[in-house]
Design a protein around this ligand. Sequence first.
Ligand code: ATP
Ligand code: HSE
Length: 316
Amino acid sequence: MAVYTEVSDAELEAFLAEYDIGSPESFKGIAEGVENSNFLLTTDKGPYFVTLYEKRVDPKDLPFFLGLMDHLAARGINCPQPIHGRDGKALRTLAGRPAAITTFLQGLWPRRMTLGHCGQVGEALAALHLAGRDFELKRPNALSVAGWRPLYEGSRHHIDAPLAAELEAEIDFFEANWPSGLPSGVIHADLFNDNVLFLHDKLSGLIDFYFACNDAFAYDVSICLNAWCFEPDKSFNATKGRALLQGYEAVRPLGDDERKVLPLLARGSALRFLLTRLYDWVHTPPDAMVKRKDPQEYLAKLRFHRGISSIADYGL
Ligand SMILES: Nc1ncnc2c1ncn2[C@@H]1O[C@H](COP(=O)(O)OP(=O)(O)OP(=O)(O)O)[C@@H](O)[C@H]1O
Ligand SMILES: N[C@@H](CCO)C(=O)O
């Protein structure tokens, strides 16, 4: 259940008075999601999505996230579009938290990922990369290589010695070998299946831009390969991988430099999600309301990519 902050009727009324979105008919907490408090607001003009940003989102990043959604929506990307109040502002305060209203997107995220989903995700990711190219604000990726050692240091006393040695060797390796100079721009950085909505098997929306940042486009592709193209038994599905890459390249072909380092990036992105999951695993009480995500899944992916030296080895 992810409603951390309760909103009183009076607070809601004062907040909505700043907007021109009709009269409220209902305001319901949304159980899914772990980072923020989310609500479905229905007014006589339709449904809206209200988010109260909780502690894990740094308020100074909010102009980047909201500005990016505005920018992408204006360029035809199906993403939540921030609603601006009468004063022109999209970001204000509700119940003591930074808060915003966006459009409500129809669709559901897929519990079981199919080939058809993978192709569409590839296309949508490339379209996002192209649409973000002229976005003016910048946000460095706080969860790239420099962010990995602190996550590891915060978790190492909770894991066994062989795993600690393996992770430390990976971090040493990436600190010395992380590729630079790749084509870069705004990336989503967390385009997992729970952040992509489909309606009747057609992609209807990309959500949750709260890890978006500036980084290599191919790194974002590698995050999607990891998130969409492995089976529940942890095996890589090359057919899904091909579908995702073909979808991506139909919109934005990858350069030879990007293809060459894709296995390295996929290994790095596996390590990134392994470390954040591990950190959350050891720091979230087991009885907390949020479901912790399995670090082992990403350990298996990391080990798989470590055995790959070229994109051809994936069968791609
Ligand atoms: N604009 C939107 N329109 C319709 N539904 C949405 C919208 N944004 C989010 N949702 C729904 O709300 C759920 C939670 O949203 P979101 O993923 O942004 O939450 P979060 O608190 O940032 O958590 P997490 O980062 O763990 O996913 C999503 O799974 C989706 O079903
Ligand atoms: N997508 C991340 C969670 C953060 O949104 C994960 O699966 O580890």
